[in-house]
Design a protein around this ligand. Structure first.
Ligand code: SF4
Ligand code: SF4
Length: 300
C-alpha cells in the first residue's frame, strides 16, 4: 500500500558525497518544473492510500521557491509533507530560521537534516545549526547520520556483518566497497531493504521515472499517470523486480545469465552491479543512466 511519494526535486547538489545512491553533484542535471509538480500532485490524489509527500534530491533547497511552492501545493491537496536537505544554507541559527520560517507556516511535519562526516567535517556542522533553528521555530526535525561502511562484527553463522549505515548502491559501490569483507553470491537471495511486492513509498524524478529503489523504475509517469502505474503494478510481472522477489540479486543474475563474480559485500552491492550489467537490456526500467554513474554529457 503506497503511503508516500518522494519527489527528487533535482539531481543537482552542492556536494558530491561518496555514499550518494544517485550520483548527485553540482554537474548532475534534471529538475522538476512547477507545472510537472502540480500535475503529478493532482494525479497523486487519485491514490487513496497516499498520505505523505516528501521533497528531496539532490539538494532541493537549490530551487528554493519551487520547493516552497511544492510543499504549499501538496498541503493544499491534503498531504502531510516532509523535506530532506543537506542544510548547506545554515550559516547560523538566525540565518537558518529565515530559510525555515515558510515551512512552519505551511505546516511541514518532517525536516530531515544530513549531519555526518560525509556532509561536513567541521565541529559546528550546518546540520546541527539547522536543527537548532528548526527546534527554536517548533518545526519537527531530525538529523540523519551515516558513517562509512565498516566490518562491524561476525554474524551467528560466521558471516561478516558490515555496519555504518551506508547502503551500497550508486556511487557508494564505486567509492566505499574496497577492503570490505565479502559473502558468496549464492547467499544473497533476498532484497533486505525494499518491499518490492508492496512498496510503501516510491521516488519520482524529473524525467518521469518512478523509482522502487534508486535506478529501478516501476514505469514512467510522463507516459502513464502515476495513479495508473501504481494500481496496475505487479512485482511478479516486472522483469527485474520479479527475479528480485523470487530470489534476490542472485536470482536476478541467474535468470538473465549475468556473470560478474561470485563474492559481494551484501545484497545491494550485488544487485546494483547486476542491474548495471542489465541496463542495455532494460533501458526503460534500469534508468536514468546517471544513477549508474554516467555523466550527463554521456561520459563515465
Ligand atoms: S548524499 Fe545528499 S548531499 Fe551528498 S551528493 Fe547525494 S544528494 Fe547531495
Ligand atoms: S537488494 Fe537491490 S532492490 Fe533491494 S534494496 Fe538493495 S539495491 Fe535496492
Amino acid at each position: 500500500m503506497l503511503t508516500g511519494i518522494h519527489f527528487l526535486l533535482t539531481y543537482t547538489c552542492t556536494w558530491e558525497c561518496d555514499h550518494c545512491f544517485l550520483f548527485c553533484s553540482p554537474r548532475a542535471e534534471g529538475t522538476f518544473t512547477l507545472a510537472r509538480l502540480r500535475e503529478t500532485l493532482d494525479d497523486a490524489r487519485k491514490i487513496p492510500s497516499l498520505e505523505w509527500v516528501y521533497f528531496e534530491g539532490g539538494e532541493p533547497t537549490l530551487y528554493y521557491p519551487l520547493l516552497v511552492e511544492g510543499v504549499r501545493l501538496a498541503r493544499e491537496r491534503g498531504f502531510r509533507t516532509g523535506v530532506v536537505t543537506n542544510a548547506y544554507w545554515a550559516a547560523g541559527v538566525e540565518d537558518a530560521k529565515l530559510w525555515l520560517a515558510p515551512f512552519v507556516e505551511l505546516g511541514l511535519e518532517d525536516l530531515s537534516l544530513s549531519d555526518d562526516a560525509f556532509h561536513h567535517d567541521g565541529e559546528v556542522t550546518p546540520g546541527s545549526v539547522a536543527l537548532a533553528a528548526a527546534r527554536s521555530l517548533g518545526l519537527p526535525a531530525c538529523a540523519i547520520c551515516i558513517e562509512r561502511p565498516v566490518m562491524e562484527r561476525t554474524g551467528e553463522r560466521g558471516e561478516p556483518v558490515v555496519g555504518g549505515g551506508s547502503m551500497l548502491r550508486g556511487r557508494a559501490v564505486e567509492k566505499l566497497t574496497d577492503g570490505l569483507p565479502t559473502r558468496p553470491a549464492g547467499e544473497l537471495t533476498s532484497c533486505p531493504h525494499e518491499d518490492l511486492e508492496h512498496p510503501a513509498r516510491v521516488h519520482l524524478d524529473p524525467f518521469g521515472h518512478v523509482h522502487l529503489c534508486q535506478g529501478l523504475s516501476l514505469g514512467n509517469f510522463l507516459q502513464t499517470p502515476l495513479s495508473v502505474l501504481v494500481s496496475s503494478y505487479d512485482a511478479a510481472e516486472h522483469p527485474v523486480c520479479g527475479p528480485l522477489v523470487r530470489g534476490g540479486p542472485d536470482a536476478l543474475a541467474k535468470e538473465y545469465g549475468v556473470d560478474i563474480g561470485d563474492r559481494f559485500v551484501d545484497e545491494c552491492h550485488y544487485c546494483y552491479l547486476v542491474r548495471k550489467a542489465l541496463r542495455e537490456r532494460f533501458p526503460d526500467l534500469l534508468t536514468p543512466p546517471q544513477v549508474y554513474g554516467r555523466e550527463p554529457n554521456g561520459k563515465g
